[in-house]
Every structure is written in C-alpha cells, then in structure tokens.
Design a protein around this ligand. Structure first.
Ligand code: FAD
Length: 563
C-alpha cells in the first residue's frame, strides 16, 4: 500500500508515524510545503518572546530523524498543487528546483492545516504587517525585531495567537495594543469571564482597543498606520494580523471534494472525505461539536493529532471513529492561566438552550497551605436536565487541571450535579478536600434540590428598589465601604441572626457577598427564619470586575487606547 500525505506537521506527521507503527510494509510519502516538518506551532510565539531560546527546539523532528525512526519519505519544500482523485495521483512542485511531477497513491491523507485569515483590506501584505503560522513566519518576525528594533506593535485580533504574541512582544519591551471588532478578547469566554482577562492584560501595560473595526494599513514614518472605522488611526512600528484562521482547502475545492463551514473539508467520523480513498484531518476539516452537535471548525492541536491517528487506523484497515471536538483549550496570559471547554453561556443561549450557570471563586489549594490563589470558575449547564455544557476558568495554579477534569466530565456525559461525586486527589499543596470541581457540583446540587435559589449580576439593574424586596449585602462593613452595589444594605453575615428584626418579614431577600459563599450561608439562615432568598452568583467580585471592565471599554480615549 502506498500512502501519500499532504502536510507534515500536527495531523500529517501523526498519521505517518501511526501508519508505520501499524504497517511495516506501507510506502509512506509526505509532502510538506514549508522547510520543516513536525514543528511546534504552539511554541512559535514563545520563541519570538525569548522564552524558547533555541530555534532547534521548535522542530521536533527533521526529515532525516523521521526517516531513521519511521522510514517515511518526508519531502519538505514540496507543494502539492492539485489532486486527481479519478486517477489516484497528486501533482507536486519541488519548490527548490521548480520541477513538477505526479505522484500516485492508494490512499491519500490531507492535513494542509489553515492559513491566517487575511481580510481584503488595503495594506494587507505590507512589509511591516506580519502573520504567524509557520517557522518561516516566526523567523521573519524575529529577524524584523532584531534588525529594526521596533518599539511598538499593534496586534489586530485578540484570540489565542494575538494574545500570546501580545504577551511575548510586551516581554521584549514593546508598547503593545490589541485592536479588534468584538468588544472582548478570547471568544470562548463569556464577557463576565473575559473581564478578568482584560484586567490582566491591562495590568501588564497592553492597550486594548476593543469594539474597533480595522479598515486597512498604511506605511508612514517607518511604521504602520492602522486605519480604524470612524476613529483616528493607531500608529505602530509593526503590526501582526491575527484575526483567526481559514481552512486551507483550495486543493480540495479544486478537486471537487465536498466543503462545509468556512470552506472546511467535510469528513465522516472515520475522517473520510466525499472522494474515495481520500481522508482529511486537522484544521482543514469540519467537525461535529461534541456538546451541541453543530457542524463547526475547531483549529486546535489535540483534535488534529487525534484525527491523524484515526485516519491512519482506517487507512490500515481498522475502524476508528472521531467523536467530535469540544474545544478544550488553555492559554497563559503572563502569570495568569485561562482555560475553557465545551460551549459558553453566550453561545448556548444563541442556540436556544435553557441555560443556567454557577460562578465560584475557590482557592487553588487548601487556604492554610502557603501559596494558594483564587481562581474564578464558571460552569454552564442545561436547566432541568443538568446536562453539562461547558466551563471556563481564569486564575493561576491549578486552572489547567480543573478544566481537564471538567472536559473529561463533559465527554463522559456526567450531569452537572455529579461533579460533586468525583473522587479527586487531595493533599494541601495541590487542592482542598472539597476540590473546586466538587464545589461547583455542590452548588449545582443545591440548586437542583432547591436548597438555594440564585440571581445573577445581569438581573441586578431590574431588581425593584421600591421596598418590595430586600437587597442585602452580608460582607463586613470594611468591604462594603470599599465598594457596593446601589440599593444593597449591609448586615454582615455573622451579625445576621441578631439583626433579623431589621428585615421586613414576608419580603424576598436578594443577598450578595464578595464571592457567593457567605451570601449562601446568609440565605440558609434567612430561609430557616421563613424568608424567601436569592443568592448572587459569583458575588460582588464578579460584578465589580465586569462593571470596571465596561467602564474602561467605554472610556477609551479617541486614540482607541485604554491602559
Ligand atoms: P498544520 O500543523 O498547520 O500543518 C499543515 C501543514 O501543511 C503546514 O506545514 C503546511 O505548510 C502544509 N501544507 C499546506 N498545504 C500544502 C500543500 N499544498 N502541499 C504541501 N504542504 C502543504 N493549538 C493548540 O491546541 N494549542 C496551542 O497552544 C496552539 N498554539 C498555536 C500557536 C500558533 C502560533 C499557531 C499558528 C497555532 C497554534 N495552535 C495551537 C493550533 C495548532 O497548531 C493547529 O491546530 C495544528 O497544528 C493543526 O494541525 P494540522 O496538521 O491541521 O495543520
């Protein structure tokens, strides 16, 4: 059997190695357009910033090492220029010699990845307007910084790559501004969680110009003007365009393969395309969302690797199936970690799901052991069925571990109430006897049993201020003095039993504290005395973060910057 693979990085290299492990006799040829195989895309921003010092660390394998281990013919600087499914060949151009030839296959695997999305705007393609996808792109940016010593950069786009680059350029001492049309960074996060990301990014001196539409780029005075709709332009010494990626499927389109969302290649769960003997994997393919069942595109390394393995199994006569992607992801933002899995509340509501959520602020490990830090966790689930839909966590230590537990719970089809039952490892330096994931489960279980009812930050403006309900803040007077929500009166939780007489009997009480824990206790005290109570999810902490974020976004100076 002869297998030809297009693309020699995440999906393609995985498929090649797996095929060899399953079939010692197969002839395997990989064509890779760039000069490198199996390189660490995910490490590229950290090489630019210097955290990864040795460029050799980015290339996990060379064609020679791959051949030595797997006897795979890895041909770099070879571009596949056309597919011919009818005669089972591909046209290939040797980019070194310019020579073209046709290569036959028995099975073909496409793993061409995605390209940085390049809008049709004036100035895209200017020398100082970069994109980042390959090792070559990285070296180009690195060399530009070494040679030109830019002092400022604008990142157009605030997703994973934009944020990672912003951090790394900032670490190099550049003035950095992120500009983008959405009013928040990182679309996998809901606005309430993104507020914490914004605050972190701003605290490191990165300017955010959110809600701004880039209309083009113009070279001026050795730098670039970033032209904005209805706003004065931004000026920087260099620009990186990172507004997302587009599946690289021109070959598949020209060959008549079925395409779907964003032009991605349609595959079945065996990674088979609409053309016989042709498989496709990675950023180029359309996948089913594991939680929603929607057709979507999820460009992440984990799915690409899994799909490469599945395609290889099936090429070798097996029957492996891809269950879908749930978009689990994690990002470092300076010393902070932000992670998400499944769908967020915003998206779930757009799909018409009946959504509920809990917001909590647990410690990363036992409070009495030094070094614990607060994380903010949001778990989204379906009302009534308690089906887990997604989770987002922002914090420091231990965020990655909790998101992976939640990702596994979603994959396993656990109900949100069952999070309380997970038997998770505990010792003081690592967690608490009530792990944050268990805590989310306890809270959801309380909702399910009617032990507590909650209200959310977005409900606060509509709460009556006419005395028909009681609005109560149970933090200490000092906390209350530092900041409060208008209309909420202060009775500290520990004084509540003695001061019950100050509350009007028969009126519902809406209770808040800093994080939602003391207010929960207060709700239970009040319920024990006959009051109908509602607990503010996430507490004042989340309200304050969201409110100050909104103020900062609205207060942006005309230059589009806020610090
Ligand atoms: P790729 O790994 O991109 O490989 C495709 C290869 O195909 C390319 O090398 C390309 O040159 C080659 N090719 C395309 N067309 C042809 C052709 N016609 N002929 C020959 N060769 C061709 N994901 C994460 O999960 N976590 C992260 O932290 C993360 N960080 C990232 C950071 C950056 C800067 C980038 C760019 C991506 C990051 N990703 C991350 C995404 C991840 O790298 C991709 O999801 C993954 O590499 C996709 O694998 P793939 O095989 O589909 O495509």
């Amino acid at each position: 059997m002869k297998v030809v693979i297009v693309g020699g990085v995440a999906g393609g290299a995985t498929a090649a190695a797996r095929i060899r492990r399953l079939d010692e006799e197969a002839q395997i040829v990989v064509f890779e357009r760039s000069g490198h195989i199996s390189y660490a895309n995910c490490g590229l921003p950290y090489y630019i910033g210097g955290a990864i010092g040795d460029p050799a660390a980015l290339t996990l394998q060379t064609p020679e090492s791959f051949y030595a281990r797997f006897r795979v013919d890895m041909r770099v600087l070879h571009e596949v220029t056309a597919l011919h499914p009818e005669r089972k060949t591909v046209s290939v151009k040797d980019l070194t010699t310019g020579e073209s030839f046709e290569e036959p296959y028995d099975k073909l695997i496409l793993s061409p990845g995605a390209r940085p999305t390049q809008p049709k705007l004036p100035g895209v393609g200017l020398g100082r307007v970069f994109t980042l996808r390959t090792v070559e792109d990285t070296l180009r940016i690195k060399e530009h910084i070494r040679r030109e010593r830019p002092r400022s950069a604008v990142l157009a786009g605030g997703g994973f790559i934009g944020l990672e680059l912003a951090e790394n350029l900032r670490e190099l001492g550049l003035e950095v501004t992120i500009v983008q049309r959405p009013r928040q960074l990182m679309s996998p996060f809901d606005p309430d969680m993104a507020a914490f990301l914004h605050s972190q990014v701003r605290s490191h001196g990165i300017g955010l110009a959110l809600g701004r539409t880039v209309e083009g780029f113009r070279e001026r005075e050795g730098g670039v003007d970033v032209l904005l709709k209805d706003e004065p332009s931004l000026h920087a010494d260099m620009v990186v365009l990172a507004i997302g990626v587009t599946p690289d499927t021109a070959l598949a389109r020209a060959a008549g393969l079925e395409l779907g969302v964003k032009g991605a290649i349609v595959v079945n769960d065996r990674m088979e395309t609409s053309a016989p003997h042709i498989y496709a994997v990675g950023d180029a393919v359309q996948v089913k969302h594991y939680v929603t069942g929607e057709d979507t595109v999820i460009a992440l390394a984990g799915p690409a690797n899994k799909q490469g393995r599945i395609a290889a199994d099936n090429v070798c006569g097996g029957d492996s199936r891809y269950p879908g992607s749930q978009g689990s992801s994690v990002i470092k933002i300076f010393e902070m970690t932000a992670a998400s899995t499944g769908v967020n509340e915003t998206h779930a509501r757009q799909l018409g799901l009946d959504v509920d959520k809990v917001l909590l602020s647990p410690m990363s490990h036992a409070g009495y052991y030094p070094g614990g830090q607060v994380m903010t966790m949001k778990v989204v689930f379906e009302k009534g069925t308690f089906r887990l839909l997604g989770a987002q966590i922002v914090g420091y230590e231990g965020v990655d571990k909790r998101i992976d537990v939640l990702a596994a719970a979603i994959h396993a089809g656990l109900k949100a109430t069952e999070l309380k039952d997970l038997d998770l490892a505990y010792a003081p330096p690592y967690s608490s006897a009530k792990d944050p994931v268990n805590m989310a489960g306890y809270m959801i279980d309380n909702l399910a049993r009617g032990v507590v009812k909650q209200f959310h930050a977005e409900d606060i403006p509509a709460l009556p201020r006419d005395g028909s309900v009681t609005l109560l803040d149970v933090r200490t007077p000092a906390e209350y003095g530092r900041g409060r929500v208008e209309g909420f009166r202060n009775i500290p939780v520990d004084a509540l039993r003695e001061r019950l007489g100050e509350l009007e009997a028969g009126r519902p009480v809406y209770v808040m504290c800093q994080s939602g824990l003391r207010s929960y206790i207060a709700c239970r005290i009040l319920a024990g005395h006959g009051f109908e109570t509602y607990n503010l999810s996430g507490g004042f902490r989340c309200c304050e973060a969201a409110a100050s974020d909104r103020r900062l976004i609205q207060r942006c100076a005309p230059c589009g910057m806020d610090q």
